[in-house]
Design a binder for this molecule. Structure first.
Ligand code: MRU
Length: 368
């Protein structure tokens, strides 16, 4: 299905919703953006898994939500324990770095496992809907927290606040609002003059295609820059702060995010630019403390480096080869920024230091 209008042109969309039949789910096909806004129907756990792998849906919170509905659809076909375990195993393996996927699937298992078989499907759909609603509320809270940082800079600076972001951690990456972009939307809506430096985010260009698309549609001033340009703008005083999202944050505050985030954090550190990471608590992996050693980094196809998708002047969307034919390519999808380079973590419960103590201040229930 192709839809002409989107959130900003009069109709509000979440990134995932239960379809009119009451059980399959519809998502925005992010592989088609920014050139076409199309939705796609996912009608089985296999299709949900494929949508995650092919990055029709992407972004840590959204793959969690898609995994949750994948489990619902698996149970609809077979509500046995074996089928539940099988679907869990299949879905959890689709993308290894973002912990939100495992978190959402674990939440689903906890809600369903102890139910009698004839109640499992209803319980699963209810829990998946709740996870989605919670994601929206959490991101709104992150937005309100992060807004205070932008307001503080605006209050001192009395001119446009320049924020640099990497990848896409906006509403397209979540169910709604976004994490890193939620404070930016709130600042813009409050009338604070704001401009966003959007890292293009090679190889898949989530910044240039998705973040720029979101911001443009919402009327937020922005400029797409090459991934290598951020350090230059920081040296010239053109970046007031960085805000990025994360796919997994350790209990000690190390942050895994889209490849290239680490280099931005280094440049920010060297230039005294505050570097914030916005995250829902579902992104914290409390079981690990060393991000460099303990977070599995997804290795994607080298074809994402050697080929690129774009639109011709005639309007045709094509994939073309970009690099020396035959040269091999490596494609780690994420990197880890050590906690020492992170100025603060913007959570739904407050802004804290990127340390275990900082996190425990707002999540005391996690203290052992
Ligand atoms: O490979 P992607 O597009 O799924 O990577 C997404 C990111 O790295 C985001 O920054 C992260 O998931 C946070 S989304 C709120």
């Amino acid at each position: 299905m192709t839809v002409d209008e989107m959130k900003i042109h009069g109709r509000h969309y979440r990134t995932i919703w239960v379809a009119a039949d009451g059980w399959s789910v519809e998502v925005i096909d992010q592989t088609k953006l920014p050139f076409a806004f199309e939705t796609k129907l996912l009608a089985s756990a296999d299709e949900a898994a494929e949508a995650i792998k092919a990055m029709i849906v992407r972004g840590a919170p959204l793959i969690g939500a898609t995994g949750a509905y994948g489990l619902c659809m698996a149970l609809r076909v077979d509500a046995s324990d074996e089928a539940l375990e099988r679907a869990y195993d299949m879905l959890v393996k689709t993308r290894p770095t973002a912990i939100n996927l495992k978190w959402a699937l674990d939440e689903m298992m906890a809600s369903v496992r102890n139910q009698p078989k004839d109640r499992r499907v209803a319980a699963a759909y209810a829990r998946a809907a709740q996870l989605c609603d919670d994601d929206v509320a959490t991101n709104e809270a992150i937005g309100r927290q992060g807004l205070t940082l932008i307001e503080a800079i605006a209050g001192k600076k009395k001119s446009t606040v320049n924020v640099l972001t990497h990848c896409n951690a906006g509403w397209l990456a979540c169910v709604d609002w976004g994490t890193a972009l939620a404070p930016i939307y709130m600042a813009h809506d409050k009338g604070i003059p704001i401009h966003v430096w959007v890292d293009e985010t090679r190889p898949r260009n989530q910044g240039g295609s998705l973040t720029a698309y979101e911001l443009g549609a919402h009327g937020v001033k922005h400029s797409i820059i090459a991934d290598n340009a951020g350090g230059h703008y920081m040296q010239h005083g053109d970046v007031d702060m960085c805000i990025v999202g994360t796919d997994r944050t350790t209990a000690s505050g190390d942050v895994a995010n889209k490849i290239g985030t680490y280099l931005k954090a280094l440049a920010a550190h060297d230039n005294g630019v505050p570097f914030y990471v916005a995250l829902p608590s579902s992104t914290i992996d409390w079981t690990i403390a060393d991000g460099m050693k303990q977070i599995e980094i997804e290795e994607r196809s080298g074809r994402e480096i050697t080929h690129v998708q774009g639109r011709t002047a005639a309007g045709e969307v094509l994939t073309v080869e970009l690099t020396a034919p035959g040269s091999p390519a490596r494609n780690p999808a994420f990197d880890v920024t050590p906690a020492r380079l992170v100025t603060g973590l913007i959570t739904e419960r407050g802004i804290v230091a990127a340390t275990r103590d900082g996190l425990l201040k707002v999540f005391p229930e996690r203290a052992r």
